[in-house]
Design a protein around this ligand. Structure first.
Ligand code: MEV
Length: 438
């Protein structure tokens, strides 16, 4: 029978490891060995990681790969990607190479606006509240000035505060809907600090407002928090080429291929079951760059999927069309990311990855990420409409199967050679391994 523990966070790292290994694992000695084998030998670096979160006991590694040859607005990039899924970097690299020979990717940033809200409950007259808000808006802004000065120096700050009457959706519910420009920062801390200040000013001013009744003065702030839904922090990335250049494989004519691509995207537009998987493939590319650059992939995921449902049905984030002899394929996606603050100066690999990406501004990073998503989607959908996904996927997964069965280097060599000309299946790989070991 397991018992709860009090004061776990106060234990030393080795005490935490002792406790978890003894209480939750079958073989505590072996468990401790595994946890310690992932520690960094540089104690300073290990301490840095330990201090990122609470109760750290080890590091969780992910492979980091490079997808080279991305031509974006005539500039070449090699994109670092942190991801565990076998085929993602290979697919991105393949799509990058393909489009590099066809003019590359074109990108445009359509907006950089971030959002935060103060949600509050007010029992009283709406016209009086609107009037009150009009009066206090300058105070809301001036009392946040101590927070906004350095952001303003960098060209950012608060863009606007709007009072929204949400009582149609929920009784007595109103909000301050606030928009921000945060330049190269993702801006979560800046936005949340401003919002908490707005909430303080709002409560203070309501209490002092002479036209409010006693009940109206007791305006209740429920919460103040940024929104990860950022439909106006938007980037577009596009590829296009004459159809006859879509000569990916001998098995299908370029026009048939183009039509199949368009049809596949149309299906993802109208069928949510397909759209979710279609967009998951896009996020394979985007999340890998988000992680490698120390950004918040949960925020990006949440915002991207909300955007995919913005018209009331969950739909594709990419689009495709044929106009005469021209094939175009593009993505429009909200991406609120930063290249300063957060882990960017702290995590040595993040710093290095930003250097590899030629020290992008946040706006440039949005473009690189959108391209990674588009490339990934192009690779996935082009496989789906031609050979099917399993051929390439299993080829990449082959090494995982071999490692799972402790194949030696010699066995790997022989089996990799065999599967150059045979279809990879789990059973097939095991049979080959068994035959070799006989
Ligand atoms: C697998 O991680 C991603 C795909 O399922 C994406 C797609 O179906 O478009 C291959």
């Amino acid at each position: 029978m397991k018992k709860p523990i009090a004061g776990f966070s106060k234990l030393s790292k080795s005490e935490k490891i002792e406790w978890i290994a003894a209480n939750y694992t079958q073989n505590p000695q072996e468990s401790k060995k595994i946890l310690e084998s992932y520690w960094n030998s540089d104690s300073r670096l290990q301490q840095l990681h330990d201090e990122f979160i609470e109760n750290t006991i080890s590091n969780f590694y992910m492979p980091m790969g490079i997808a080279p040859n991305f031509l974006i607005n005539d500039r070449l990039y090699a994109i670092p990607m942190a991801i565990e899924e076998s085929s993602v970097v290979a697919a991105a690299s393949k799509a990058a190479k393909f489009w590099e020979g066809r003019g590359g990717f074109r990108t445009t940033v359509l907006g950089t606006e971030k959002v935060g809200q103060v949600h509050f409950i007010y029992h009283g007259s709406t016209p009086k509240l609107l009037d009150f808000f009009k009066n206090i808006k300058p105070t809301l802004l001036s009392e946040a000035e101590h927070l906004t000065q350095s952001m303003q120096k960098r060209g950012g700050g608060i863009k606007d505060i709007v009072l929204k009457d949400k009582t149609g959706e929920l009784s007595n519910y109103y909000q301050l809907h606030c928009t921000f420009e945060t330049q190269d920062a993702m801006g979560a801390n800046f936005i949340n600090s401003c919002l908490e200040q707005f909430a303080e000013t709002l409560k203070k001013e309501a209490l002092a407002h002479p036209d409010f009744s006693e009940q109206e003065k007791q305006l209740e702030v429920v919460m103040s928090i940024l929104s990860n839904y950022v439909p106006n922090c938007l980037v577009k990335a596009e590829v296009r080429c004459p159809i006859d250049q879509l000569d990916l494989t001998q098995d299908i004519s370029p026009r048939d291929f183009a039509e199949k691509m368009v049809r596949a995207v149309e299906i993802a537009k109208v069928e949510p079951y397909r759209a979710v998987t279609h967009n998951k493939g896009i996020m394979n590319g985007i999340d890998a760059v988000v992680l490698a650059t120390g950004n918040d992939f949960r925020a990006i995921e949440a915002g991207a999927h909300a955007y995919a449902a913005k018209d009331g049905t969950y739909s594709s984030l990419t689009h495709a069309k044929i106009e005469g002899d021209l094939f175009s394929f593009w993505i429009e996606i909200p991406l609120a990311v930063g290249t300063v603050g957060g882990l960017t100066k702290l995590h040595p690999l993040v710093k290095l990855n930003l250097e590899i990406l030629q020290q992008p501004s946040a706006v440039e990073l949005m473009q690189i990420m959108a391209v990674a998503g588009l490339a990934q989607n192009f690779a996935a959908v082009s496989s789906l409409v031609t050979t099917g996904i399993q051929k390439g996927h299993m080829k990449m997964h082959l090494m995982n199967i071999l490692n799972q069965h402790n194949a030696t280097d010699k066995e790997k060599e022989a089996i990799l050679a065999h599967f150059k000309t045979h279809t990879v299946t789990h059973r097939g790989v095991l049979n080959s391994l068994e035959n070799l070991r006989k």
